[in-house]
Design a binder for this molecule. Structure first.
Ligand code: PDD
Length: 286
């Protein structure tokens, strides 16, 4: 089945979808994106992603070309037309294609480019990695200083991911001034006793939608949450570690820079959080 994608108001087969070579995202990474997961044919935390999209657009002074109801309609149409039971919806909004290259922004009436597509991932919530955990390495965080804006400027995270793969690991935790900021495409956590520790919100990290939900559920379940920076050395001494993102949900980390945590097996707190998270977001899915 050919995938149907959405480009600037049209639903098209993926091989007929086109974006200009002058698009600001192509030339300058001048665009933002969101990834929303789909479980059982329904969208997980759609409103969280819609709110963050607006925040990213506002931060870069890009006009939001659609209202919430339109975004929702497109997400749902793509999920239905592509028969997605479990998977992801990717959306990207760019500053548009002014027809030439210039560092200055194009005229304010240049329409933003809007692209959405689905990724089919059957059994997304039952991936074997959730049972065995993932291994991470640490690498220096060389990204720009506004990581709270979800831009398509993903070269360094991609390079860091490849460094991890080359080292026989699954992902990299990024380290700045001696402390972990986050993973290449996820937020990072450690668990010590009954306490969940994750970096506090600032310009240094993406304000994860999964992070917000997981911390809320953890607090509701009487778990202690501490939002502060931690080092790789502290993480290596933790009882458990995990990451969160819209595509990984809550994913155990069992090795950091070659040091095994919890005997190299996913921990109980992580497993419980994953279960609570998936139960709750499935109930609230739309
Ligand atoms: N990445 N930190 C970074 C740098 C990310 O790229 C992401 C998401 C997260 C987690 O955010 P959320 O819980 O809202 O997905 C944290 C997406 C999934 C991606 O780039 O594919």
């Amino acid at each position: 089945m050919t995938r149907t994608v959405y480009v600037n108001g049209e639903y098209l087969p993926e091989d007929q979808a086109k974006v200009s070579i002058f698009d600001r995202a192509f030339l300058m990474a001048d665009g933002v994106y969101e990834v929303t997961s789909v479980l059982g044919g329904k969208l997980i935390d759609f409103d969280g992603h819609a709110v963050r999209l607006q925040r990213s657009l506002d931060a870069l002074d890009i006009r939001n070309p659609l209202i919430r109801a339109e975004w929702l309609e497109i997400h749902r149409a793509l999920v239905t037309q592509n028969g997605i039971e479990d998977g992801l919806v990717y959306l990207q909004v760019t500053r548009g294609a002014p027809g030439d290259r210039d560092f200055a922004f194009p005229p304010a009436d240049t329409p933003p480019t809007v692209v959405l597509f689905t990724q089919n991932k059957p059994g997304l919530a039952d991936t074997p990695a959730a049972k065995v955990g993932i291994k991470v390495i640490s690498v220096e965080d060389l990204r720009w200083a506004r990581r709270d804006i979800k831009t398509v400027q993903l070269l360094y995270p991609s390079l860091a991911k490849m460094m991890a793969k080359k080292a026989g690991c699954d992902d990299a935790w990024l380290v700045e001034d001696g402390a972990v900021t986050e993973g290449t495409s996820n937020n990072a956590y450690i668990v010590k006793g009954n306490k969940i520790i994750t970096r506090d919100l600032s310009h240094d990290i993406l304000h994860g939608i999964t992070r917000a939900a997981v911390l809320r559920f953890a607090r509701e379940a009487q778990m202690e949450v501490e939002e502060r920076a931690f080092t790789i050395a502290e993480a290596q001494l933790a009882d458990e570690a995990f990451i969160t993102s819209a595509s990984a949900f809550v994913m155990p980390v069992v090795e950091i820079d070659g040091v095994a945590l919890g005997g190299g097996k996913p921990g109980l707190v992580t497993a419980r959080l994953r279960e609570i998270y998936l139960d709750e977001v499935r109930k609230a899915a739309i």
